[in-house]
Design a protein around this ligand. Structure first.
Ligand code: PBG
Length: 357
């Protein structure tokens, strides 16, 4: 190599069109899962203080909220419930008239083909705010398993397509799989929060659903943030127990883990409330461009190896993708048909989600 004979990498960075042609990672709308919060009452659409742009919805407000999600082409939602009452057993979690069960029935009634995933955990429903049952001041593993299986079955009865155990009890995937199968829900999938770290980034979510533990912390069941090899073991255990989709959570501080555990099973990553809130606040204050930052964050999660991304940005990202493809067809080819195609696709998606099968 001589002074005038070096590699010109910039050739492929020259125009937006070329950059798109050689881009290695593209987030698409099919990758996105939108978390949604359902609360008791009627006529409620209330913004969550520490999660700007996210809302608590009462069941009657869901049709409108979900219509928006579906119209953007987002294929799936993750439902979280905020129950009216709590007790020691977390009875609200597997109550057929519980908040998640009502929410799921409503969503499935209007949009049977939208994929509905439910979070399976006790923390929103118990007075202790822990993810498993508490006996004599301890979060006990084995007695919690029956509760978790029962919650999963009740979500399946309400119409959930997938259940997502997030409470990090040992053996939960096995118990939930057995519970679902025995109840006749062989086709309900398990998306396991396989690698869930004891993270400070869940704080805005805990405020939003009132689920902070009343004593201690979650370190006796969630993972130590410094552990990498353990993540591989957790994933192996979950696959063995019957998980269909694996998850790493949080996402941004754990991109190396996403890369490490990426194997042959579909992998999801959860860009959690704190990760969302800190970026959202920075963007709101004009420190970082919101759209560019959002795209960069979600692209990095996908690049690390996630097939699916749970994100409070799902709607904004879907909107961006739609605009981007319309802009692209206008700029580069002037092909107006593509614009119409987008709209047709989106209408078709609403229609498909409204019809069975
Ligand atoms: C329930 C649960 C939590 C989250 C998802 N499911 C909170 C926790 O484990 O304390 C966090 C989601 C988020 O922060 O966006 N166990």
């Amino acid at each position: 190599m001589t002074i005038d004979n070096f590699t010109r990498s910039r050739r492929l960075r020259r125009t937006s069109n070329i950059r798109k042609m050689v881009s290695e990672t593209k987030v698409s709308v099919e990758d996105l899962i939108y978390p949604i919060f359902v609360t008791q009452g009627t006529g409620i659409k209330k913004e969550i203080t520490n999660m700007p742009g996210q809302f608590h919805y009462s069941v009657d407000q869901l049709p409108e909220a979900i219509e928006e999600v579906v119209s953007l082409g987002i294929p799936a939602v993750m439902v979280f419930g905020i129950p009216g009452t709590k007790d020691l057993r977390g009875s609200g979690a597997d109550d057929p008239e519980g908040i998640v069960q009502q929410g799921v029935r409503q969503i499935k009634k209007d949009f049977p083909d939208l994929t509905v995933i439910t979070d399976v955990c006790l923390c929103q429903y118990t007075t202790d705010g822990h993810c498993g049952l508490v006996i004599e001041g301890e979060v006990v593993n084995d007695p919690s398993l029956e509760r978790l299986a029962s919650i999963a079955v009740s979500h399946a009865e309400a119409g959930a397509d997938m259940v997502a155990p997030s409470e990090m009890m040992d053996g939960r995937v096995l118990w939930i799989r057995r519970g679902l199968d025995e109840a006749g829900y062989q086709n309900v999938a398990i998306m396991s929060y396989s690698v869930k770290y004891a993270s400070s980034f869940y704080a805005p979510f805990r405020g939003a659903v009132n689920s902070a533990p009343s004593f201690g912390d979650r370190k006796t069941y969630q993972m130590d943030p410094g552990n990498r090899l353990e993540a591989k073991r957790q994933v192996a255990i979950d696959l063995e127990e019957g998980a269909d989709i694996l998850m790493v959570k949080p996402a941004l501080s754990y991109l190396d883990i996403i890369r490490d555990v990426k194997g042959t099973a579909p992998l999801a990553a959860y860009h959690v409330s704190g990760e969302y809130a800190m970026f959202k606040l920075a963007a709101k204050n004009g420190l970082i461009d919101e759209t560019a930052g959002m795209v960069e964050i979600l692209t990095s999660i996908k690049r690390a190896g996630a097939d699916l991304i749970l994100t409070y940005f799902a709607k904004e990202m879907a909107e961006h993708l739609l605009k981007d493809s319309i802009g692209h067809s206008n700029n580069s080819t002037g092909d107006k048909l593509k614009i119409t195609d987008n709209r047709i696709n989106s209408t078709d998606h609403i229609k498909n989600c409204r019809e069975f099968g």
